[in-house]
Design a protein around this ligand. Structure first.
Ligand code: APR
Length: 292
């Protein structure tokens, strides 16, 4: 399985062997990623499209051309389904990723940057499009070692990153704050807590453990506040089953609605963070608990 990373930026600037274009069936250029790739790569791409694909490409299929003036060597064009136009068969979207990786293998490309196919003009619901991308790439038998999922805007990037961290958690240093998150708790309160746990593990992957537990607690709480976008104090004493204790975080929502993306503040304050502090104390002086 290739290492999957989420990147915020413009796909045309990616320094990889191949960039993937979200093309249309005619393969003669368009807007969005397609327009950016043709503009950035210059007329050589269109010339190659005309020569190699006189009849265009079918939805779900993929084929390659030169990348012209782009840093990449090849462009792999694929045609995503248009959800707005009623093309809602998910296997067509999955096929784009699978076929593009097959083409990458034919070319011997080892690193490939994908846009989130069908999420622009194509109108596919974002959370599901991201899941389809990650699932398909993770399941592909391919010689590609590195896949970048490139999102153009911050919200899409955060969503993609959270979903990537669930499936491909980045490695952490042994003495990092991230290492405290290695074993997951037996039970979370809400589904968003699971995403937040993995997000914190990744964010703290190379943060050295501080010298005292109070600094650690402050660091974790501040970071949680940063992620959820709110101070925790007003919600920490909410009764356990009261929705008031939950904060909805869009990037933790895998597309199933409100509670699916919610982080439960009382769980973090009274369970999640204490678990981490206990682990910290056990590491520093086995058998002791944080004082105070
Ligand atoms: N780099 C990375 N991502 C980008 C860039 C860029 N330069 N430009 C746009 N995006 C993002 C969009 O924000 C969206 O999330 O790529 C995603 C895919 O959007 P589209 O390019 O609209 O692709 P898609 O939804 O698959 O629709 C394809 O659009 O332009 C036409 O010819 C194209 O008909 C085809 C259709």
């Amino acid at each position: 399985m290739p290492v999957i990373t989420a990147v915020l930026g413009d796909i045309t600037t990616q320094d990889v062997d191949a960039v993937v274009n979200a093309a249309n069936k005619a393969m003669r250029g368009g807007g969005g990623v397609d327009g950016a790739i043709h503009r950035g790569g210059g007329p050589a791409i269109l010339r190659d499209c005309l020569a190699r694909f006189p009849d265009g490409l079918a939805t779900g299929d993929a084929g390659w051309t030169t990348a012209g003036d782009l840093p990449a060597r090849w462009v792999i064009h694929t045609v995503g389904p248009n959800y707005h136009a009623g093309q809602r068969d998910r296997s067509l979207l999955e096929s784009c990723y699978r076929c593009a990786l097959e083409v990458a293998d034919e070319l011997g490309a080892r690193s490939v940057a994908f846009p989130l196919i069908s999420t622009g003009v194509g109108g596919w619901p974002h959370a599901d499009a991201i899941e389809a991308a990650i699932e398909t790439i993770a399941a592909a038998e391919t010689g590609v070692d590195e896949v970048r999922l490139v999102a153009f805007d911050e919200a899409m990037h955060k969503r993609t990153r959270a979903a990537v961290w669930v499936r491909c958690p980045p490695p952490f240093d042994t003495d990092s704050v991230g290492s405290l998150f290695e074993r997951e708790p037996i039970q979370y309160s809400l589904r968003g807590d699971f995403y937040l746990w993995l997000e914190l593990r990744a964010r703290f992957a190379d943060t050295p453990l501080p010298d005292d537990w109070f600094t650690l607690r402050t660091l974790i709480m501040d970071t949680i506040e940063q992620v959820v976008g709110e101070h925790l104090t007003s919600r920490e004493s909410a009764p356990w089953h009261d929705r008031v204790g939950a904060i909805y975080v869009p990037e933790f929502d895998p597309g199933h609605g409100m509670s699916a993306g919610a982080v439960h503040v009382p769980w973090w304050v009274h369970t999640g963070v204490p678990i981490l502090l206990d682990r910290y104390a056990a590491r520093r002086e086995p058998g002791t608990f944080p004082a105070g």
